[in-house]
Design a protein around this ligand. Structure first.
Ligand SMILES: [Zn+2]
Length: 133
């Protein structure tokens, strides 16, 4: 297991922008249609903004209309971890980066029926996009 999980919050506060810190470390959610990546259609890899682990490929990104980057599966299921989230009186499944434990977003079961049926609804602020050269 990565030792990034044992870093103090001060480490992340220094490393991340205030918006990234709010989303990744305080389980925040950016406002819909305000992120930098929901409308990104370039080919490449979406990585964890905190630790750089590859999380989602542009091949699996789809138009959900939600205003957040949406993917039907992670690039590798062992790169993310899922937790039940009962905050805000809802029952949701939280998606975290497995490498550093940071919060990414949530996964719902209303994704495209022709693939996985899942919708990984991920904050732009939690991702860095690496365009394929
Ligand atoms: Zn990470």
């Amino acid at each position: 297991m990565s030792d990034l999980r044992n870093k103090p919050e001060s480490y992340w506060k220094e490393k991340l922008t205030p918006e990234q810190y709010h989303v990744l470390r305080q389980k925040g959610t950016e406002r819909a249609f305000t992120g930098t990546l929901y409308d990104n259609h370039d080919t490449g890899m979406y990585e964890c903004a905190a630790c750089g682990q590859p999380l989602f490929s542009s091949d699996t990104k789809f138009e959900s209309g939600s205003g957040w980057p949406s993917f039907d599966q992670p690039v590798n299921s062992s790169n993310v971890e899922l937790h039940e989230d009962r905050s805000f009186f809802m029952r949701r499944t939280e998606v975290n980066c497995k490498n550093c434990g940071s919060h990414l977003g949530h996964v719902f079961d209303d994704g495209p029926r022709d693939t996985t049926g899942q919708r990984y609804c991920i904050n732009s602020a939690a991702l860095n996009f690496q365009a394929k050269k």
